[in-house]
Ligand binder design. Structure first.
Ligand SMILES: Cc1cc2nc3c(=O)[nH]c(=O)nc-3n(C[C@H](O)[C@H](O)[C@H](O)COP(=O)(O)OP(=O)(O)OC[C@H]3O[C@@H](n4cnc5c(N)ncnc54)[C@H](O)[C@@H]3O)c2cc1C
Length: 457
């Protein structure tokens, strides 16, 4: 049973400017309590990572940790949702056993949504009626699926693909349909396509851009991926902007596109992007960025010094994407700050290394996105469905990033070469073709073979 605390009498004025210097341990603790209380809202991968880091740093003895999640399961792996359609086993999805929280003295409230934050009283109110005070509040509320306002999107047969609840709804609805259109040909869209395809539905992927995974791949890499996907029987529709969702009065019957073509389907899944879950921050009037997201400083502190935001719910200039690694780094930084060692969130490279619909895909490298000077070399082996591209500095001595389709077996090595900014000791061509020995000692950089395309970007 959760201990309820007396209401705080010394409600203080709220500082609305983001503090630059902090010593979290010197900030006020709850009266009459041996331990300061931290409430974490959201038990996704990032909320869990924060708790795990607190345990690793032995801070769970110093702070009382209470976690709230609106979902029925403790933190689970969203990447594994597609496979859930096959095994339907909750345990296989979990990132930590349910017992882990109690074993470390962490109180976990499931299926209980935080509705309100009273910043003056430093108190949260939950949907199950918990009213608890906090010394620190951590908002790890993640993101939601973006649904564009398309005519007809209120009909039966329309789904999202982000949570276990979404997946359960798709599974239940599967009985009523034979074909499905997934709107969005990015990373999440392809995950959604895999999920519905594996449920035995004729699957269409609808993408408004000229190629799939446009944030991660170039046109040639995406073409390799498309070939593989289509060979499995999935139809890919590029350059298609959906203008209306057709229906028969009750249920979806198809999609209409801007170019006046269309596709007949009886289910639609939106996987066309995500937006920060910043509504709690809005309700209690924290600073919110114009693009969405609760504004945080380098210590992940919001405009209220007692409230922090981590993961996609937060807005920080170096948080560019909704991927796992930057959110986890934020969780680590926040936990480290709670030890009293000031640590800054500095951003993290965007890297993806996944099997997407049966194809190994990896991409890495910040320079690609920040537009520094670089050249690129590419190699393709159509017979084996392999395409590889490396971004190198103009001198050809350093790896700045890359795109790997079909063969990603040396991803860790390439990523490490990039991160450590090592001068290459083998030829770019060997790296490109994945033929470089790990013990390569040559210091000469061989010119690229004539078969390779070298392009100055
Ligand atoms: C299908 C799919 C595939 C993906 N593939 C990749 C990949 O290959 N690589 C990669 O890096 N990332 C991938 N991602 C993204 C990755 O899952 C996210 O980066 C990660 O989930 C972010 O974790 P989070 O804890 O910040 O947010 P979330 O996982 O969204 O967790 C936030 C939690 O907070 C809860 N919550 C929100 N508001 C409240 C409230 N008021 N009260 C209580 N609880 C609340 C939410 O219900 C949710 O459970 C994928 C995501 C999906 C959906």
């Amino acid at each position: 049973m959760q201990r309820r605390l007396p209401r705080r009498r010394d409600a203080r004025a709220i500082t609305v400017e983001v503090m630059n210097m902090i010593d979290l341990r010197n900030m006020t603790s709850r009266e009459n309590s041996p331990r300061a209380r931290i409430i974490v809202v959201g038990d996704g991968r990032v909320g869990l990572r924060f708790c795990q880091k607190m345990v690793e740093l032995d801070l769970h003895h110093e702070y009382e940790l209470i976690v709230f999640s609106e979902e029925r399961l403790p933190a689970y792996d969203r990447h594994a949702l597609a496979a859930y359609g096959q095994h339907r086993n909750d345990e296989q999805l979990l990132l930590a056993p349910t017992s882990w929280y109690a074993e470390h003295g962490i109180t976990l409230h499931l299926s209980d949504r935080i509705l309100k934050i009273d910043r003056g009283e430093r108190q949260i109110l939950s949907s199950r009626g918990e009213a608890l005070t906090y010394d620190r509040l951590v908002l790890a509320t993640g993101s939601y699926s973006y649904v564009p306002s398309i005519v007809g999107n209120e009909q039966q047969g329309i789904h999202l693909f982000r949570s276990i609840k979404d997946m359960e709804r798709i599974i239940a609805d599967r009985e009523h349909c034979r074909s499905v259109a997934v709107i969005g040909g990015g990373l999440f869209g392809l995950e959604a396509a895999k999920a519905v395809f594996d449920l035995g539905l004729k699957t269409h992927i609808i993408e408004s851009a000229p190629w799939l995974m446009q944030h991660q791949l170039d046109e040639t890499g995406a073409a390799c991926l498309r070939e593989f996907i289509e060979a499995q029987g999935v139809e890919v529709h590029l350059n298609k902007t959906t203008t209306d969702i057709r229906g028969n009065g009750t249920r979806v019957t198809g999609l209409g596109f801007q170019d006046e073509t269309g596709v007949d389907v009886d289910m639609v899944v939106f996987a066309a992007g995500i937006r920060p879950r910043d509504e709690l921050g809005r309700i209690c009037q924290l600073d919110i960025h114009s693009d969405g997201g609760i504004v945080v400083n380098n210590q992940l502190q919001t405009s209220d010094p007692h409230i922090y935001a981590i993961g996609k719910a937060a807005w920080h200039p170096d948080l560019m994407c909704g991927l796992v690694s930057p959110g986890c780094q934020m969780a680590d930084v926040l936990a480290a700050n709670l030890t009293g060692t000031p640590t800054d969130f500095t951003g993290i490279e965007q890297a993806v290394n996944r099997n997407i619909m049966g194809v190994n895909i990896a991409c890495f490298g910040d320079e690609i996105f920040s537009g520094s000077d670089f050249e690129s070399v590419t190699w393709r082996d159509p017979g084996r469905g392999i395409y590889r591209k490396l971004y190198i500095n103009p001198q050809g001595t350093r790896i700045l990033g890359g795109i790997l389709v079909g063969d990603t077996s040396d991803y860790d090595r390439l990523l490490s070469l990039m991160k450590t900014e090592q001068t290459l000791t083998c030829s770019v061509e060997e790296l490109l073709k994945n033929e470089a020995s790990t013990s390569e000692t040559s210091t000469t950089l061989a010119p690229p073979s004539p078969k390779l395309t070298r392009k100055v970007v």
